[in-house]
Design a protein around this ligand. Structure first.
Ligand code: TYM
Length: 354
């Protein structure tokens, strides 16, 4: 029997190269060899309060992008998280075994809490100060409980399908670690072997972290530093040509600065190995021209994104296709979820009296 693969993306905007290399490209490469289930995490998106109209539209957009990138509905199950009501129920049950301390220490929670309270990462706030602000803030800004319990909901998405492999980017590894911990804890508390412990999946030896073009950090929707799969040629070229660099190496074999390393990292994902080597050699002997590097990088990114963009335009108005895919997907996802939830209820002692 094929192993189950499960992953999801929040419908909070169009997909960017981080989503593509961290997740979607792996989804596509895995579809022949595994029992793949890919979903749209609309309940997770609610943690940042999207406009209701945008949420609905974005579910459609991301499904169109899944299909355009090459996911085949005859091979994989695609569904919307909120179409599986067993997920919120298991989320409630699993939360009984999750500590608020471990949730508060999660890096993504601290990041999002900081954002919600308007605290910059660089402000000299200690972790304790931040925790105090989260608990005791008296302004009208608040950190919602959904953000805190985000990892429980994500664990439930995975555990309810009893998935073995979860293709995600590096930023999600802590969430996977928590999922394994929750699975172990549940199994050992009740003396059962109900949940498998899932792991990340990569085709390379390391997890993918796609950098932004602004010289720092990762590419992310909220950082405003993204190249989108749907960007047209002109927009994409402009973004790449504007990427932050430095003054260039003055002496041979200088260390590479972070912004330039970011461009090399992007090139590693998108260009042929000898192209990357050519620019690395040029950096080492100080002959590099960043303009040439960027032109080549834009070219190589476009080779990947333009065909996807074309297919997005084709499928995004095909409501009949999308409706069919999501309906069938919801049925399959629910069938598994109903079974797992019944097992959990049984184990926890929730039995019917009638
Ligand atoms: P989201 O929407 O934030 O991210 C979706 C996927 O894109 C990856 N990603 C990146 N990978 C590499 N470099 C980047 N710069 C980059 N930016 C985003 C993320 O790692 C992720 O794989 N919490 C999940 C959604 C989710 C989920 C799940 C995933 C909910 N439940 C269950 C797997 C299994 C998330 O991060 O979505």
């Amino acid at each position: 029997m094929k192993e189950t693969v499960l992953s999801g993306i929040r419908p909070t905007g169009n997909l960017h190269l981080g989503n593509y290399f961290g997740a979607l490209s792996k989804f596509v490469r895995m579809q022949d060899d595994y029992n793949c289930m890919y979903f749209l995490a609309d309940l997770h998106a609610l943690t940042t309060h999207p406009d209701p109209k945008m949420l609905h539209q974005n579910v459609k957009n991301i499904l169109a992008e899944y299909l355009a990138a090459g996911l085949d509905p005859d091979k994989v199950t695609m569904f919307v998280q909120s179409d599986v009501p067993e997920i919120p129920e298991l989320y409630l049950l699993l939360n009984m075994h999750v500590g608020i301390g471990e949730l508060m220490r999660t890096a993504s929670f601290k990041d999002k809490a900081r954002k919600a309270l308007g605290i910059n990462k660089n402000d000299n706030e200690s972790e304790e100060d931040i925790e105090k602000q989260i608990i005791g803030n008296e302004t009208n800004k608040r950190v919602n409980a959904g953000l805190l319990t985000y990892p429980t909901l994500m664990a439930v998405d995975i555990l309810i399908q009893k998935a073995h492999k979860v293709p995600v980017g590096k930023d999600q590894e802590q969430h996977l670690e928590l999922t394994r911990r929750f699975a172990r804890r549940f199994n050992s508390f009740y003396g059962v072997d109900l949940f498998p412990e899932p792991e990340n999946f990569n085709f390379t030896s390391h997890s993918v972290k796609v950098p932004g073009l602004d010289g720092s950090g990762k590419m992310g929707k909220s950082e405003g530093n993204c190249i989108y799969l749907i960007d047209d040629e002109k927009t994409l070229r402009k973004k790449v040509m504007r990427a932050v660099t430095d003054e260039g190496p003055k002496v041979p074999n200088s260390p590479v600065s972070v912004p330039v390393q970011n461009l090399f990292d992007l090139m590693e994902l998108t260009s042929a190995p000898d192209t990357l080597q050519h620019f690395k050699d040029a950096y080492a002997d100080c002959s590099i021209r960043y303009g040439d590097l960027k032109k080549q990088l834009a070219e190589d990114i476009l080779k990947i994104t333009l065909p996807i963009r074309e297919r997005i335009m084709e499928v995004r108005n095909d409501d009949a296709l999308m409706g069919r895919v999501l309906k069938e997907g919801a049925e399959k996802a629910r069938a598994n979820a109903v079974k797992t939830l019944a097992e959990v209820r049984e184990v926890m002692g929730i039995h019917k009296f009638y």
